[in-house]
Design a protein around this ligand. Structure first.
Ligand SMILES: C[S@@+](CC[C@H](N)C(=O)[O-])C[C@H]1O[C@@H](n2cnc3c(N)ncnc32)[C@H](O)[C@@H]1O
Length: 237
């Protein structure tokens, strides 16, 4: 089976040889790919709703992947048990706040994992801040573009992360450290988004007097600073 660019990039960050859990699996494409390609010996695929699990069951039956993939109904990490021996936890395609809530509720289990592979649909900085504040580090990240949209993928693990500049949690410290090839265009998109919102605010009654305008201005300048340092191959970021 062939995955789209987002799920394919997530699969590249999954460490080989460990039992994995895919939380919020929906169609179960990722677990199916992981076991079919011998990346994971076994995957527990969970979802909080029955309809997605029905789709997952169809995928797995079609590909004859039971019992290598096991389906479970449940909210977040509560669907997992200690004796499952899960070492890799994947949380992809959900909002950043949902991911933080799942991690917060299941922190004991998450803290014992070898690796957390996280791809939030939004609020990625919030997720990075949650991870760093709760004893996780971010040794690796990736970026992928699908249908014109960027997706950030975080590979976190228990450990201490030293964050010299908290703004880097908006960008991804590992993306900067790794000089990810998509980073310049990713930063340009972020700068443009800030600019577009600022233009909208400027045309409204409060205009440049609004706090949001200047918050975005500071953010835009910081993104620009990171972009310039990345372009120069500077080591200050
Ligand atoms: C957009 S799909 C993402 C599917 C797949 N992970 C991917 O990245 O393509 C999001 C899925 O997460 C499930 N979900 C949302 N909140 C959840 C939670 N707290 N626990 C388990 N599953 C959840 C939804 O039911 C839905 O099937």
């Amino acid at each position: 089976m062939k995955l789209g660019p987002r799920l394919a990039e997530i699969s590249h960050l999954v460490p080989r040889g460990y039992v994995a859990a895919d939380i919020g699996t929906d169609h179960a494409y990722l677990p199916a790919y992981l076991v079919s390609n011998n990346i994971s010996p076994r995957v527990i695929a969970t979802d909080k709703a029955l309809h997605p699990l029905e789709k997952a069951r169809k995928t797995l039956e079609l590909l004859n992947l039971f019992p290598k993939v096991e389906l479970r109904l449940g909210d977040g990490l509560s669907a997992l048990r200690e004796e499952d021996g899960v070492e890799v936890i994947i949380l992809a395609g959900m909002g950043g706040k949902t991911i933080c809530r799942i991690l917060h509720k299941g922190k004991a289990l998450a803290s014992r994992a070898r690796s957390l592979i996280i791809q939030p649909m939004n609020d990625v900085a919030l997720v990075r801040r949650w991870l760093v504040a709760h004893g996780f580090c971010l040794p690796e990240e990736s970026l992928v573009r699908e249908n014109g949209k960027f997706y950030e993928i975080l590979a976190a693990k228990p450990g201490k992360q030293v964050v010299e500049d908290p703004f880097l949690l908006e960008v991804g410290p590992a993306l900067v450290r790794q000089s990810h090839p998509l980073l310049p265009s990713y930063l340009e998109t972020k700068i443009n988004v800030c600019r577009q919102i600022q233009e909208k605010i400027s045309s409204q009654a409060q205009g440049k007097n609004s706090e949001k305008y200047w918050y975005l201005e500071r953010k835009r300048l910081k993104f620009k600073e990171v972009l310039e340092s990345v372009a120069q191959g500077s080591r200050c970021y």
